[in-house]
Design a protein around this ligand. Structure first.
Ligand SMILES: Cc1cc2nc3c(=O)[nH]c(=O)nc-3n(C[C@H](O)[C@H](O)[C@H](O)COP(=O)(O)OP(=O)(O)OC[C@H]3O[C@@H](n4cnc5c(N)ncnc54)[C@H](O)[C@@H]3O)c2cc1C
Length: 505
């Protein structure tokens, strides 16, 4: 039992990306409120995939005082301006979901309303990607940091990183240990709970070591040792909406340009990722085992990778869904221990970050209080639900009928929350507004239009402008973006100057 005002003894089980991000954040942000002990098992290891991120990670790094160039050099990172989706709406399609806006970002209403109006009127329009600074930068393989002024075209985008997942956790470990985190290598074999409250009192390792704590954080990955195991919190299964449950992964030598974006290429029973890093390219095929066998999936990935393989193929198994509650009693699940949504939009590390932020903001002073726990669980549920809907949209918004997998996802029943979003979009091109949660308007617009769902209506204010003038404005904007982007450096050259890869000292 903790006493208000006394340092809370935090015990973290797991030293993957989630464990070390959590340890580093608590130690750096709450040094006066907590002591942190992390237990991990080198014998078990970490999942070691998870290479593409969302722009939010920059704010996490900034809050922890992580210098960008050093972090990128040590994790062999590249810049990421968005995700290219190939063959999703129809075979042959390609669009980018950018970390940035469409249009100049200056209009009174969102650019896509003008776009939809002209398009419905049959006006010849350039590809939507050409009207996004981020997409154009990505397509041309260039990179420069965004300008601070969002009124400038070169200020209308954000960026994230693509990094080596095996190097990120060790990097954070160094940071956390310097901030006072104690680490033990061992396998947790028993969890002791309080007979009255049900809270966790201590964990015991295989060598008999007993570690007591006030707050336990379950970062044990898919095992979910504490929240799923000891606390028996049920798992909500979303496989009927997101049937992919396996991936084969294999890095290869980079034979082509180091693109400043991740690619997600649709396959007969799922999709394939391509994530270029400084020293290699990560590849994987995420698939639904109900629709394709492991051997066939392996062969398909091997046939598709573009460079010499650098390691054996790895098979990973997972289930889409989440623990009904992530914070139960005095135990909080963060990372894969809390749930998993397939990596199509690179959201797992983002979810780790959001859980850490909420935990730090609601950090207990004494025993965790039920309202704090409820608020934490509400925030995490919202994040999961919104990401889930966004992912389902990618599968459902397709005209593909070339395999049983695509037939299934195209015709499946979708959650009511997504059906409402789609209805509003179809009728008036409106993206449902929310203040919490990732993926704001431009993200939804990119996927809706990229996968061929053209709205029938638009914001009525778009009708007030002269269509000829709007058309001319679009052509001018396209040229302005192209000219500005052409003056930016090549991505590889930028990396070589700014953060050439290096090994930890
Ligand atoms: C195919 C695939 C692709 C992915 N791609 C992306 C991506 O592009 N972007 C993204 O954001 N995320 C991605 N993810 C998710 C990402 O990999 C994880 O969210 C991230 O690595 C965090 O994992 P973790 O720390 O929760 O678990 P793990 O890395 O599995 O760590 C679990 C830790 O718990 C320890 N442990 C387990 N049991 C015990 C025990 N009994 N005793 C002691 N220690 C124990 C392990 O040793 C390890 O240290 C992907 C996941 C998969 C499966």
């Amino acid at each position: 039992m903790t006493t208000p005002g006394k340092a809370v003894r935090v015990v973290i089980v797991g030293g993957g990306t989630a464990g070390w991000m959590t340890a580093a954040a608590i130690a750096r942000l709450l040094p006066h409120r907590a002591s942190v002990h992390l237990v991990e098992s080198e014998a078990i290891g970490i999942v070691g995939v998870g290479e593409a991120t969302l722009p939010h990670i920059r704010f996490f790094n900034e809050r922890l005082g992580i210098p960008e160039a050093e972090f990128m050099a040590l994790t062999r990172a590249t810049f990421k301006l968005g995700i290219e989706f190939r063959d999703w709406g129809r075979i042959g399609d390609s669009y980018i979901h950018p970390f940035g806006t469409f249009g100049s970002g200056k209009g009174a209403i969102d650019f896509h309303h003008y776009w939809s109006r002209l398009s419905r009127a049959g006006a010849p329009l350039p590809p939507l990607d050409d009207l996004s600074y981020a997409c154009t930068l990505a397509r041309q393989g260039r990179f420069a940091h965004p300008q601070a002024d969002p009124g400038q075209l070169a200020g209308t985008f954000g960026y994230a990183y693509q990094f080596d997942a095996q190097l990120f956790a060790p990097y954070l470990r160094g940071l956390a240990e310097r901030a006072g985190v104690v680490r033990t290598d061992g396998i947790v074999t028993a969890v002791e709970r309080d007979g009255d409250t049900g809270d966790i009192r201590a964990i015991t390792l295989a060598d008999g070591t007993r570690i007591e704590g006030d707050l336990f954080i379950d970062c044990s990955g898919f095992r979910s040792l504490l929240v799923g195991g000891a606390m028996e919190e049920p798992f909500e299964d979303w496989a009927h909406w997101l049937p992919a449950d396996r991936a084969v992964a294999m890095p290869c030598r980079t034979e082509t340009a180091v693109t400043p974006y991740t690619s997600a290429i649709a396959m007969p029973a799922g999709w394939r990722w391509r994530i270029p890093l400084q020293h290699r390219t990560g590849n994987g095929y995420v698939y639904a085992s109900a629709f394709v066998g492991d051997d066939e999936a392996r062969d398909a990935l091997v046939a598709a990778v573009e460079g010499e393989p650098l390691a054996e193929l790895r098979l990973l198994r997972f289930r889409a869904g989440r623990r009904r509650r992530s914070w139960v009693g005095n135990c909080v699940a963060i990372g894969l221990a809390s749930g998993f949504l397939e990596p199509l939009e690179s959201t797992s590390i983002y979810l780790v970050q959001q859980a850490i932020t909420a935990l730090v903001e609601l950090f207990p002073d004494g025993a965790p209080s039920p309202p704090d726990r409820d608020e934490f669980n509400r925030v995490i549920d919202l994040e999961y639900d919104r990401i889930r809907d966004f992912l389902i949209l990618h599968y459902h918004a397709t005209t593909r009928s070339d395999s049983p997998f695509w037939d299934y996802v195209r015709t499946m029943t979708i959650p009511d929350s997504l059906a409402e979003k789609l209805d509003l979009w179809r009728r008036r091109g409106r993206v449902v507004k929310y203040r919490e949660g990732v993926f704001l308007d431009a993200s939804w617009v990119a996927v809706y239009l990229g996968q061929g769902i053209m709205p029938e209506g638009w914001d009525p204010r778009a009708d007030a402008s002269d269509p000829v003038a709007v058309h001319r404005g679009i052509a001018a904007l396209r040229q302005e973006i192209a000219a500005d982007v052409a003056a930016r450096p090549d991505h590889r050259g930028f990396l070589d100057r700014y953060c050439p890869m290096t090994d930890a000292a």
